[in-house]
Design a protein around this ligand. Structure first.
Ligand code: NAI
Length: 412
């Protein structure tokens, strides 16, 4: 196991908001024994007090890592968001402080795909409407508006991680899959791409959205697009609330152009479980409404724990910043592939830093076996592998004196 310029059990790790125990287990297994795990988020004052002595922090969506909080985080060297979103962190302030932020964008892919499969069955059979009616004492036993999914066309908008996973599941259940993506994608199984969004809307019995929130996707399903869908078709959105114009959707459902919809994400969502949910879709029996739970399963939580803890460990043990959302991405060979000593230097992106780094090594006759550099307009990250086991604090001190240095450490 590689050694650090600091003992691993001296790293203080704070996990907040009930992060799955899979994270703690992995950190322990990899030698990080000093982990404190709290079930709650901390408010700003408590966080400022606590974070001063913390080296790595793990949060979910409720903890706000503001610039003020980060200023107090003198020792902090990485942040793990054990969720998808990272807007609860001031990413720019973290970058300027030399702190990479990691998240778990793909741990709940399967959970979303499974939810959508269930919703396709529910919509095509009117299950939610019938169940509600039977609860009220009615008995709507009929085949009216009930269909098998076999042979129906599923139109997937956004053929990424979730879209492709869904494609495989839907085909296994007999659906014909068409998809539309702005990037050329490898079609899985018998799925076929559509040249335009309009084409997809016109041929699909069920349309499902799996795109990110970007300028191009905001409002991409408005009145015009909903109108282009087949009469009697269904719409599913478990991607981002901004993608569908909800007023236009409510209109299309009221006018019976669409037979039903399943919506998991909304333009405005309650900030907590105690707040009232408002939407023009409320009260419409032919709409399945869920509270943004597409990715919320215990399996996903467990996967997220492992995925983010693994990224924090990789960065700490190896220096790799792959997957960091606010930082130059540096992929590095493992310490086993490249033994010797690895120096990691984070600095503000000012001219002359690389030359000065190289001088420190040249002046000692140390043989550089590999050097990696990535910069963005604000920060630079240089990783230098040198031959042999150089447990030399003086190198670290000299590297630390270079103008613009944010942080230096080494692995040997
Ligand atoms: P991904 O990044 O793997 O795939 C997104 C795909 O959309 C990419 O193939 C991309 O090329 C495509 N795309 C981007 N802009 C497009 C456009 N204008 N038109 C057509 N295609 C476009 O993302 P992933 O992991 O599949 O997630 C998809 C969405 O699901 C994201 O918005 C994510 O935030 C959301 N999500 C929702 C969850 C929930 O709880 N409901 C849980 C997890 C993810």
């Amino acid at each position: 196991m590689p050694k650090h310029s600091r003992r691993k059990d001296s790293f203080s790790i704070l996990l907040l908001e009930g992060i799955h125990n899979s994270a703690v287990e992995l950190l322990h297994k990899r030698g990080y024994s000093n982990v404190e795990s709290l079930t709650k988020a901390l408010d700003e004052a408590a966080l400022i007090e606590k974070i001063a002595g913390v080296d790595m922090i793990g949060i979910r969506s409720r903890t706000q890592l503001t610039e003020t909080v980060l200023k107090a985080a003198k020792r902090l060297f990485s942040i793990g968001c054990f969720c998808i979103g990272t807007n609860q962190v001031n990413l720019g302030a973290a970058r300027r402080a030399g702190i990479p932020v990691f998240n778990a964008p793909f741990s709940n892919t399967r959970s979303v795909a499974e939810l959508v499969v269930a919703e396709i069955v529910m919509l095509l059979r009117g299950l939610h409407e019938r169940s509600a009616a039977v609860h009220r004492g009615q008995w709507p036993k009929s085949a009216k508006d009930s269909y098998e999914m076999r042979g129906k066309v599923l139109g997937i908008i956004g053929y990424g991680h979730i879209g492709t996973q869904l494609s495989v599941l839907a085909e296994a259940m007999g659906m014909e899959v068409r998809f539309f993506d702005i990037v050329r994608k490898l079609a899985l199984g018998n799925a076929r791409p559509c040249g335009t969004l309009e084409e997809l809307l016109q041929v699909s019995d069920v349309v499902t959205l799996h795109v990110p929130d970007t300028q191009a996707t905001r409002g991409m399903m408005g009145a015009v697009q909903l109108n282009q869908m087949k009469p009697g078709a269904y719409l599913i959105n478990a991607s981002r609330g901004t993608v569908v114009d909800i007023e236009a959707l409510a209109q299309a459902l009221r006018g019976r152009h669409l037979r039903g919809a399943a919506i998991d994400v909304f333009p405005r969502e309650p900030a907590s479980n105690d707040e009232v949910f408002e939407s023009p879709l409320r009260g419409m029996d032919n709409v399945i409404l869920t509270p943004h739970i597409g990715g919320s399963t215990l399996e996903a939580q467990e996967n997220i724990g492992v995925e983010v803890a693994d990224k924090l460990i990789e960065y700490s043990d190896n220096g790799s910043t792959i997957g960091a959302v606010n930082f130059p991405q540096v992929a590095l060979p493992t310490r086993e592939q490249n033994p010797g000593t690895r120096f990691l230097h984070l600095h503000r992106n000012v001219p002359g830093v690389l030359r000065q780094i190289n001088e420190v090594f040249a002046s000692r006759n140390l043989n550089i076996s590999a050097e990696y550099l990535q910069t963005d307009p604000e920060v630079g990250y240089v990783v230098v592998d040198v031959d042999g086991s150089v447990d030399d604090r003086q190198v670290q001190v000299e590297l630390g004196q270079i103008d613009g240095t944010l942080r230096v450490r080494f692995l040997y």
